[in-house]
Design a protein around this ligand. Structure first.
Ligand code: NDP
Ligand code: NHF
Length: 406
């Protein structure tokens, strides 16, 4: 009903939307955004994908191979970005500088320094940036964090997270890129590599050149929720894991286990095996939340002592006037609605760039510890590793000439 109401809004109020990266998630978010505006432009490096996508949105959008041309289209007011992770910050920065508001998929960044850059550019340009960590707009996760922050489990002591396993794979066959794909532009800021089908589409997730494995893929969801509840950044990171050594194969760890220390003695663990979700333990009880459930004695106690939406305190510029949603496709309705509310009001969205940069940083810290094979100490104030040149050198990565993320 909300979407229908939005569609009925006058043409004058409807925004022009440019959607970038349209294979899977890019289409999901463009479709959700189309309740609040009109898809006027589409960019994808794959001709088949962009042509199909244009047909899917009524054959009216202009299509582009290069997103820079989409950004130059004056009919585009806001952009949605569903490209792989190594493009997120570059595209978001360019979009902000072109005067567009941005809904960009999670994780916000590929490196910690990239996250600092988009934070700076969003502030300088005054653009709205919402990140696709929609669990913040899902009623179960939101209620879990409200309960923790509201003292319903006493003092928070530990958070135990299970994300899932990275696959092992390779060696993969080097092939000629398909003629419909601009492999050069797909790689963009990442270092140049011969084409392998497994480097792109869904499985880009398992290459550090483009993403960070499950630690950033699911971490951008669950570590973000955990950190929303903890309300602080980690200061020490311990890891154990096994790095693969297959040539031309996935290069994220085959198994991993992370432990983070937060100020005040709170500990957070991140494991690859077990029941996917987040277990919060406090001095007075425990609650578990994942995409299917919110459970624990403090949750049962809500029946006699409810925590009503009117008392939610996490975030002011809110979705509370929208119907509660649970589950990915429904929660994104509210997440996208919150973005368009922010575009209107110019107030920060629920997954604003600062919170998402901090959550992505926590994920990257885990991966950096795994890659270095040792513990790390982090200073959240200076956003650097004290007296650790080796780790500080990994805050950023070199970009290919012509695709600098600056
Ligand atoms: N919030 C959520 O719940 C979810 C978020 N995601 C996030 O969405 C992003 C995309 O993931 P997913 O949809 O699975 O990946 P896909 O590979 O299915 O889609 C990525 C698309 O971006 C295209 N692309 C790559 N480079 C460019 C470029 N320079 N310009 C324009 N298009 C480009 C790809 O081209 P090609 O067609 O050639 O591959 C592809 O069409 C990831 O960051 C992921 O983390 C994903 C799933 C759920
Ligand atoms: O929410 C999600 C579900 O899983 C995907 C991976 O399989 C993630 O990329 C995504 O963010």
């Amino acid at each position: 009903a909300t979407a229908d109401a939005e569609k009925a809004r006058s043409k004058v109020e409807r925004r022009g939307i440019g959607s970038i990266g349209m294979r899977y998630q890019g289409t999901v978010i463009a479709e959700k955004a189309s309740a609040y505006g009109d898809i006027v432009a589409i960019a994808d490096v794959d001709r088949h994908v962009r042509e199909q996508s244009r047909a899917g949105f009524g054959s009216t959008p202009k299509i582009y191979e290069d997103y820079q041309d989409l950004l130059a289209n004056p009919k585009v007011d806001v952009v949605t970005i569903g490209s792989p992770d190594h493009w997120h910050v570059k595209m978001a920065v360019d979009a902000c500088r072109a005067g567009k508001d941005v809904y960009v998929e999670k994780p916000i960044s590929l490196t910690i320094d990239e996250g600092k850059l988009i934070r700076k550019v969003a502030a300088e340009t005054g653009r709205i940036v919402q990140v696709g960590s929609w669990q913040r707009s899902d009623q179960r996760f939101r209620l879990a964090v409200e309960m923790v922050r509201g003292g319903r489990i006493g003092d928070l002591q530990r958070v135990d997270i299970v994300l899932g396993k990275n696959p092992a794979g390779g060696p993969f066959e080097v092939r000629r890129p398909p003629s419909n794909l601009n492999w050069e532009l797909w790689q963009g800021p990442a270092n140049a590599n011969p084409y392998m089908e497994e480097r792109c589409h869904y499985t880009f997730r398992y290459w550090y050149e483009y993403a960070g494995g499950l630690v950033t893929d699911w971490g951008a969801h669950h570590l973000d929720i955990a950190q929303w509840a903890i309300n602080a950044d980690p200061i020490k990171i311990h890891s154990s894991g096994t790095m693969p050594s297959t040539p031309n194969g996935y290069n994220v760890p085959i198994d991993y286990q992370l432990t983070y220390q937060y100020p005040g003695g709170i500990e957070m663990t991140v494991a690859d095996e077990g029941r996917n979700g987040i277990l919060f333990t406090g001095s007075k009880g425990r609650i578990f939340v994942n995409r299917g459930t919110l459970e624990g004695k403090p949750v049962e106690d809500l029946k006699s002592d409810p925590l009503t939406r009117e008392n939610f305190a996490l975030y002011e510029h809110d979705n509370l006037n929208r119907p509660e949603q649970v589950g990915k496709l429904n929660a994104i309705i509210n997440h996208m609605g919150n973005f368009f509310d922010s575009v209107e009001s110019r107030k920060p969205p629920v997954s604003d760039v600062e919170s998402q940069h901090r959550s992505a940083t926590t994920c990257h810290l885990g991966n950096l510890s795994l890659r270095l094979g040792r513990d790390l100490t982090w200073d959240p104030e200076t956003e650097s590793f004290p007296d650790d040149d080796e780790a500080n050198a990994m805050l950023s990565r070199p970009n290919r000439k012509g695709y600098e993320v600056i």
